[in-house]
Design a protein around this ligand. Structure first.
Ligand code: NDP
Length: 297
């Protein structure tokens, strides 16, 4: 029997635990605050930001949302970040990526105060992660780690193949899973578009994590029996639905399910975890800022 890993349920548990931590903070007159900044009129980015804001509201985090005209000069975004860095009510700052071409993405990431960098993308936070002393783990990789834990799949001693080497998923995830700590101790191979014979790599893996952005790239024939499959991919493909499309992952679910002991669906797998871990980082940031101890899930 294949376990379908229910990311929505795991995320809901984490959110419930966070709500308890937020009450502890409220007793000390602290309300965590998360600022989201959107400089884009891309529909998917708008949807992601509104999902994050709604999640804040549900759990008791003060959500602040700022929209900047995508045509505005880059300096307007930089000045907004400076203001948010200085605002004591803001504990987390999230600039929704991608930003327009005339904005320097690296400058955006570097400009956010590392103590408010709840995405975990600032070089200081990446450095801490690599050094095994993370402050804020990037949300999607952290969500994947939590999903494995919730499924009782311990990466220790396992062969893990991550397909994708992006700065936001593949690279930080590889770093998390090789750490000499609980939830780590895996032997990790990172594959990408120049990998020779991807199937040979995925076929020997105990855990396959796909973060590629290519619909259904990995199918059952590329997996070994009993594998755990975590599908980070979210891809829109044309379909005869009301919206004219449907969402599929980077893994061909039906054939992969035949081989897997456990597998995440898309949607309803990693996606809800990314948002839950963003809330987690915001609560952690508020707790550190106010010096009020909370139990984090
Ligand atoms: P990027 O486009 O930044 O990175 C994609 C990676 O996949 C690159 O390393 C690329 O290789 C590699 N790749 C592309 N084609 C192939 C191929 N044919 N074979 C092997 N490797 C390949 O993507 P992201 O990491 O930002 O996102 C990946 C997916 O995850 C997307 O579908 C995105 O929507 C989704 N996502 C989902 C989230 C969630 O919360 N569920 C959060 C973040 C992302 P190279 O480096 O050589 O170009």
């Amino acid at each position: 029997m294949t376990t379908i890993i229910d990311g929505k349920a795991v995320a809901a548990e984490i959110r419930a635990d966070l709500a308890a931590s937020i009450e502890t903070l409220a007793d000390a007159d602290v309300t965590p605050g998360l600022a989201t900044v959107l400089m884009s009129d891309d529909g998917a980015s708008e949807t992601y930001v509104s999902m994050k804001q709604r999640a804040c509201e549900e759990v008791g985090i003060n959500g602040i949302h700022i929209e900047i005209d995508p045509e505005a000069p880059a300096e307007e975004l930089y000045a907004t970040i400076d203001d948010l860095n200085a605002d004591p009510e803001v504990h987390g700052i999230l600039v929704q990526l991608p930003v327009p071409d005339h904005v320097d993405k690296r400058e955006v990431i570097r400009r956010i105060d590392p103590a408010k960098d709840v995405d975990g993308f600032h070089p200081e936070n990446i450095g801490r992660l690599v050094a095994g002393d993370p402050l804020f783990k990037p949300c999607t990789p952290h969500g994947v780690q939590k999903l494995l834990e919730a499924t009782d799949v311990d990466p220790e001693g396992k062969d893990v193949v991550i397909v994708g080497r992006s700065d936001i998923v593949g690279k930080p995830l590889a770093n998390l899973l090789i750490q000499k700590t609980d939830g780590g101790n895996a032997t990790v191979t990172v594959c990408h578009s120049r990998t020779a014979d991807l199937a040979a790599k995925t076929k020997q893996a105990d855990i396959v994590i796909a973060a590629v952005g290519v619909p259904e790239l990995i199918d059952g024939s590329m997996l070994k029996e009993g594998v755990t499959v975590i599908d980070v991919g979210v891809n829109r493909v044309d379909a005869d639905t009301e919206k004219g499309y449907k969402l599929v992952g980077d893994v061909e679910f039906e054939s992969a399910k035949e081989k897997a002991a456990a597998i995440t669906p898309v949607p309803g797998g990693v996606g809800p975890m990314t948002i839950a871990m963003l809330l987690y980082n915001t609560v952690k940031s508020a707790s550190l800022d106010a010096d009020v101890a909370v139990d984090l899930p």
